[in-house]
Design a protein around this ligand. Structure first.
Ligand SMILES: Nc1ncnc2c1ncn2[C@@H]1O[C@H](COP(=O)(O)OP(=O)(O)OP(=O)(O)O)[C@@H](O)[C@H]1O
Length: 281
């Protein structure tokens, strides 16, 4: 048997957390720990943000659904390149030499575009050091679509709350067909989620923290680089994502995997991003 035949598939660890919840900090620490003795595991970090559609394909998607504000820019399920993601995961699984896509969020004045392939990093070239752990992070990694009747029930509830003036989220401001489009697109992401061996969920005690966290990072950008979103721009920006947190977080809290205990870790974090509770599921 050749050494390639003996290749063992890497372990795929998903990391889900709202924007600004501390995913990058967690995954870089985790990757570094795994690379060091006594583990000494060849570990790569993959972000779903690097798998967004190219600028051209995103523009086509937006133009083909002009009345859906949720998909006019990158972010929601449907705005990632699933065929690219699936072929990448398959290559990693098989230990093939492959390149890791990269996305530049600053291209096209912040609209973003994929970086040319020649600039992607290559992995698995060295037969003796095949990837053993893949950490796959992103704000929607591990999310599962809702059965349509649940989606409709949640959306109707949000609309009723909005009419009574007690509503704090964003879901109820959207048309059902728009959130339905995202939910149906997410169903296709099962092909990615089903390849995960385990998932770490950074679960904000209150998902509304995301507005504050984003404001903090934009304020820092303004200080360092002289440009960054104002607080009002942050509210508009996060509004575009927020319905997904409302829809898909409770499902994730129940567990993303049907089978196998001990595959999911829920870290409940407070406003200061410190862990308040650890739940092994
Ligand atoms: N455990 C923690 N305790 C306190 N602060 C933290 C913790 N983890 C991260 N932070 C801080 O929170 C901020 C956001 O962290 P980070 O960039 O890791 O989040 P993120 O989820 O990757 O954000 P984004 O989705 O916007 O890329 C950073 O300033 C980081 O230093």
């Amino acid at each position: 048997m050749s050494s390639d035949d003996a290749h063992q598939s890497p372990i795929f660890v998903g990391v889900n957390g709202a924007q600004g919840s501390g995913k990058t900090t967690l995954v870089s620490t985790l990757a570094e720990m795994l690379r060091q003795p006594p583990h000494s595991l060849s570990t790569i970090v993959l972000s779903i943000d690097d798998l967004y559609l190219t600028h051209d394909l995103q523009s086509e998607l937006a133009a083909s659904h002009p009345s859906n504000p949720l998909i006019q820019h990158r972010g929601q399920p449907s705005t990632h390149d699933l065929p690219l993601a699936l072929s990448l995961l398959s290559d990693l699984q098989q230990g093939n030499v492959t390149k890791i896509p990269r996305y530049d969020k600053s291209a096209y004045r912040g609209k973003g575009d994929r970086v040319p392939r020649e600039e992607w990093a290559e992995v698995n070239r060295d037969r003796g050091h095949k990837t053993e752990v893949v950490i796959f992070e992103g704000w929607c990694v591990g999310f599962r679509a809702l059965p349509r009747e649940d989606l409709v029930r949640q959306w109707e509830g949000a609309v009723r709350e909005r009419e009574k003036g007690v509503y704090v989220g964003r879901l109820g401001w959207n048309k059902l067909e728009n959130v339905d489009f995202v939910n149906e697109a997410l169903r296709r992401y099962d092909q990615l989620t089903d390849q995960l061996d385990s998932l770490i969920h950074l679960d904000a005690e209150d998902p509304m923290f995301v507005y504050e966290w984003r404001s903090q990072s934009e304020r820092k950008l303004r200080e360092i680089k002289g440009s960054g979103m104002t607080d009002n721009q942050v509210v508009d920006f996060v509004n575009g994502y927020y319905p997904a947190y409302e829809l898909f977080t409770s499902n994730l809290r129940r567990g993303t995997f049907d089978e196998g205990k001990g595959r999911q870790l829920r870290l409940v974090i407070g406003r200061d991003r410190r862990v308040r509770e650890v739940v092994k599921m």
